[in-house]
Design a protein around this ligand. Structure first.
Ligand code: PHB
Length: 403
């Protein structure tokens, strides 16, 4: 099992070619096949910058290894999913069926992950999720072929519900884009916010993936005058929402809180002073004081001349998962059961803390969810950690992996 016909034939062809070219049929050894990694990420539209960050973080790991892991040359095949589930599915099939990739890495959007999940599972294709957070992938739609090196949508938001109720206010208005990630994140926040005595006074879901103007929603928020607005937006929508929130004069009246993506380093420079004071929950902050993060931030800045964000960490960690897993099997990707077992046991020091998968879901256990406030540090806007919640794992309800 585990050998597709195409891979088997390719192996035979390589061996035959090696024998003929070498002229020493008995002693000839085929060079190991390259390690093909298919990147299914958005390189256009609302999450284009996230796709770039993930690619940059991942490349850093392989570059450091001379683009060779466990004796196999690393080959990246990039496909733009355009944040579109249909396009994502088509490109996933191309990477699996035509390119015969050893690992698939991506996507960013929960909508794309939902669309490709069954194809990936049925093809027994190993997928390292580098962003998309759909809770279902750690729950009733989990798969032994899917590992998540990023987060489930529940993870940064559930801790924030109780935190906001205890430390900010007990009256909140929720706003997020109208698709799976927006629904998941607001549900997670509400779950613990309401349990802690909080009251949701309004809730809106905005057009996705394209929305230029948040004014109709900001008008409603203005009228409701809630003590807190809890939001999830990311990429270009995060820039627009935060700036328009400020332009509407809402900052002075309703404290803006949300999921960490709202103020990650990819969007902070464009948000500028509008972002000051926003409180978010995330598994990462560029300012984390641990050796792995210091080395990561230094290397990322040196190569790309910008500050890394959590998305780059997800790419970096996805690459480390692949490198550690492959090293454990001595470079073998054919014995899939062995490779899956190796991946399940992967552990290393990530910029976010000690990285390990929850064996019940194959989703990463977040060492901490950090509560961060946007402040100016050394003349640059940054997410300053003000509190943290340890060992956050998705509830995994309905996932039947062996654990
Ligand atoms: C998602 O669609 O799961 C998603 C997208 C962007 C984020 C976080 C989650 O920043």
């Amino acid at each position: 099992m585990g050998l597709t016909r195409r891979r088997f034939l390719r192996g035979v062809a390589t061996t035959a070619a090696g024998a003929v070219l070498g002229g020493r049929a008995r002693r000839a050894r085929a060079a190991p096949a390259p390690l093909k990694i298919g990147l299914l990420l958005p390189y256009s539209n609302v999450y284009a910058v996230l796709g770039e960050s993930i690619t940059d973080g991942l490349s850093l790991v392989f570059e450091r290894a001379g683009w060779t892991v466990a004796g196999r040359r690393v080959e990246l095949i990039k496909e733009d999913d355009e944040v579109n589930p249909q396009v994502g599915l088509r490109k996933a099939k191309k990477l699996i069926e035509s390119d015969g990739v050893d690992f698939l890495v991506g996507p960013v959007s929960s909508g794309v992950l939902a669309a490709i999940r069954d194809t990936v599972h049925q093809a027994r294709q190993i997928l390292i999720v580098a962003n998309a957070g759909n809770d279902e992938i750690s729950r009733d739609r989990c798969s032994r072929y899917i590992f998540r090196a990023s987060f489930s949508n529940w993870q940064p938001n559930a801790p924030m519900g109780s935190w906001v109720a205890a430390h900010v206010a007990k009256e909140a208005y929720l706003v997020a884009p109208k698709y799976a990630a927006g629904f998941d994140m607001m549900r997670a926040f509400k779950e613990t916010f309401v349990a802690a005595g909080g009251k949701v006074v309004g809730e809106d879901y905005t057009p996705f993936p394209v929305n230029e103007d948040f004014a109709p929603f900001l008008t409603k928020i203005n009228q409701a005058a809630p003590k807190v607005v809890y939001a999830f937006f990311s990429g270009s929508q995060a820039v627009r929402f935060v700036r328009q929130y400020d332009e509407f004069g809402l900052r002075a009246r309703s404290k803006l809180c949300g999921a960490g993506f709202l103020t990650e380093s990819d969007v902070l420079p464009a948000q500028g002073q509008s972002a000051l004071g926003i409180i978010t929950g995330h598994f990462y902050s560029t300012l984390l004081d641990n050796p792995a993060n210091k080395a990561f931030v230094r290397a990322f800045r040196a190569k790309y001349a910008r500050t890394p964000d959590g998305f780059a960490v997800q790419g970096y960690d996805s690459a480390q998962v692949i490198a550690h897993g492959l090293t454990a099997t001595g470079g073998d990707t054919r014995d899939k059961d062995r490779l899956l077992e190796a991946l399940r046991g992967v552990e290393f020091d990530s910029p976010r803390g000690r990285f390990r998968f929850d064996p019940r879901t194959q989703n990463v256990i977040q060492p901490f969810i950090y509560v961060r406030e946007v402040r100016e540090v050394d003349g640059e806007l940054a997410n300053v950690v003000v509190d943290r919640i340890a060992n956050v794992r998705d509830p995994g309800t309905g996932c039947t992996l062996p654990g």
